[in-house]
Design a protein around this ligand. Structure first.
Ligand SMILES: CC(C)(COP(=O)(O)OP(=O)(O)OC[C@H]1O[C@@H](n2cnc3c(N)ncnc32)[C@H](O)[C@@H]1OP(=O)(O)O)[C@@H](O)C(=O)NCCC(=O)NCCS
Length: 355
């Protein structure tokens, strides 16, 4: 303690220390980079077709960051929009959380870069590197701080630059993943509104299912790790690129999507019949339709925008949620389930009464 840093983080006099309170989303926004890559363009880079991608995944276009854009650049754009939507200044935020699998640097955390760039006070800023369920984990962590009064407003940003960790010569991954950022502000909500409960889980026995093998302490980046090698199915990638067992992910996702939503509803004494809307991680249209079918819910109770944005991992739920609310598909009082699943293997769902 006392290393001489002049912190401007003073206890607020408008927070209710020790009293748990209701927490809701007070503002949202998202950003995707300008450059869009169509299936047609992808088919000139790798052995695939527009028809295959539409049929097996449902994606038509995805956005990819410009060469001079880093993760924080995407996160800052989304964060600014969420602050504006919440009617807040950066100085009103008491905590910043960024979820995602990519970073500006190995160190420091990207949240440190974004805290400074947005002109925030010297608040706590953390990265949660969880991936496709990361936004739900971020919501769970952020809401605890608001609920117990340690923070009044938390800015939570899901951001990804997958294009930097994919091989464009591997059709088992590059047809799926994309770049983007989505942000929400969490603030105290009226009684009965906002986040009602969570269900979170992990099964690390599936850690090899989606993996970037090199770049961590297990396998550092060496010349060998950077070599582009062809696998048995003729896909070419380096160990620094993402590798995915698509069929295993599909089996996991279609099981866990309905299971975690049911578990979350059970804890609240609610059932799927009570749900007005579901926002799912935008991995694959077929996963979402299987999940909705298993929940016995019609497709008009969910929203899909992966056709335009691809799979933006931890950014996909806030991006879809923002658009669904903008389109008036979710209204005040609606009971909404959010569900994320993927790398880890990890999953999470949240149920909220829309404010
Ligand atoms: C990957 C996935 C699309 C495969 O679907 P599938 O119906 O099982 O397809 P298969 O693997 O059997 O492949 C069918 C054919 O398409 C081919 N194929 C595979 N990828 C292809 C691609 N990108 N483009 C064109 N053809 C492709 C296969 O080689 C196979 O050809 P064959 O019949 O001549 O052998 C599906 O399992 C899936 O969506 N998984 C989930 C992945 C995901 O969402 N990941 C992110 C989670 S966060």
């Amino acid at each position: 303690m006392g290393i001489g840093i002049d912190t401007d983080v003073k206890p607020r006099d408008d927070i209710h220390n020790g009293v748990l309170r209701q927490v809701g989303i007070s503002g949202m926004g998202f950003y995707v980079p300008e450059r869009a890559i169509t299936n047609q363009e992808l088919s000139t880079m790798v052995d695939t077709t527009d028809e295959w991608i539409r049929h097996h995944i449902g994606i038509e276009t995805r956005h990819i960051a410009a060469d001079d854009q880093a993760l924080s650049d995407l996160a800052i754009e989304a964060g600014r929009k969420a602050l504006t939507a919440a009617g807040l200044d950066a100085s009103d935020i008491d905590m910043l959380i960024i979820t995602g699998q990519n970073h500006d640097y190995k160190a420091p955390a990207t949240s440190c870069i974004v805290q400074h760039a947005l002109g925030m006070r010297k608040i706590p800023a953390i990265d949660l590197a969880i991936g496709c369920s990361g936004f739900i984990y971020g919501l769970a962590v952020a809401s605890k701080f608001v609920a117990d009064g340690s923070a009044k407003h938390v800015l939570l940003i899901g951001a990804e630059i997958h294009s930097r960790m994919m091989s464009w010569k591997d059709r088992t991954t590059c047809v799926f993943f994309a770049d983007g950022a989505g942000a929400v502000v969490l603030s105290p909500a009226a009684s009965g509104y906002g986040l009602l409960g969570f269900d979170l889980g992990t099964d690390g026995s599936g850690s090899q299912t989606i993996i970037i093998p090199a770049g961590g302490s297990r396998t550092p980046v060496t010349e060998q790790a950077l070599q582009m090698l062809e696998d048995d199915s003729h896909q070419i990638r380096a160990m620094t690129h993402v590798r995915m067992d698509g069929k295993a992910v599909f089996a996991f996702a279609t099981h866990i999507f309905p299971a975690t939503i049911r578990a979350c509803l059970d804890k609240l004494g609610l059932s799927t019949k009570d749900l007005d809307f579901v926002i799912a991680h935008q991995a694959n249209r077929n996963i979402i339709s299987e999940g909705m079918k298993a929940l016995d819910l019609p497709m008009d109770k969910t929203y899909i925008n992966l056709d335009r944005y691809g799979n933006c991992s931890s950014a996909s739920i806030p991006i879809a949620l923002t658009e669904a609310v903008e389109r008036n598909l979710i209204r005040r009082g609606d009971l909404v389930a959010l569900v994320g699943f993927g790398v880890g293997l990890s999953w999470g769902s949240a149920v909220l009464r829309w404010t």
